[in-house]
Design a protein around this ligand. Sequence first.
Ligand code: G1P
Length: 296
Amino acid sequence: MSARLRTVVFPVAGLGTRFLPATKVVPKELLPIMDRPLIQWAADEAIAAGADTLVFVVNRNKRAINDHFDMAFELESRLASSGKTEHLKMVRETLPAHVRPVFVLQPEARGLGHAVLCARPAVANGPFGVILPDDFILNRNGPGALAQMAAVQAEHGGSVIAVEPVEWKDTSRYGIVSGSQVNRQLMRIDTIVEKPRPDVAPSNLGVVGRYVLDHHIFDLLERTNPGAGGEIQLTDAIAALLKEQPAYAYRFDGVRYDCGNKLGYVQATLRCALDDEEIGDELRRTLENWLAPSVA
Ligand code: G1P
């Protein structure tokens, strides 16, 4: 079986209220980690997992995401005529030639499950990926999280959901899973619940924003009623899927930064900046200076 995912869906219709006023005009997915917007990191991860169709589920306030992946005619011709070939390459390489972006509308914010369902007409048969770009995952020494999950899906079949242990007090911020261990990194899921309170959570293994889903999830999403928060939850459709076929929780290699909040966003930025060839060493010295106990 091939470990390749043809289609990856990016639900990007959320509001980004935690970053107002920065996100008043700029979609939160275009906030940069260093010099690349979050959505570009996510697209690159999908392409590295084999995707050639990227489906962005947007709304009327997210048109700039479309522009980011479009040709920037004026900018490109200016860079070309002034011989700035390196910059030209960066602008052109937002998507390689074999990759096709597709934009579908989610006219109303009715939940993550509803967003994924909106993508249905653009998703080829077979397993497909979902990336929530707010969950930024870096695996500096190996393949990206989605590529790892595609390989797990090819080996075990079914669906694969990324998880990591979260603080017990935070279970009500995540989908939470429990099940039986298959190996060190893999668990077959018995139970999945959306945002349970700590006292009723089945474990502290939280779902993070990477999924490889069987195409049948769309049939189940069609029948999913609004759940937690009055929204159509992807987690509820996955719970229905479990009754028919296996789904696995996968503890990925890599570090996840929750870029939906300020701390995670700044941590991700610092991590990438410290790794950067151009500024990393100087930034390290600056931080060491700032943090050194001051001599009175
Ligand atoms: C969504 C999912 C949740 C998951 C989380 C990961 O919640 O509904 O199950 O744990 O993403 O980031 P949201 O963060 O959109 O409220």
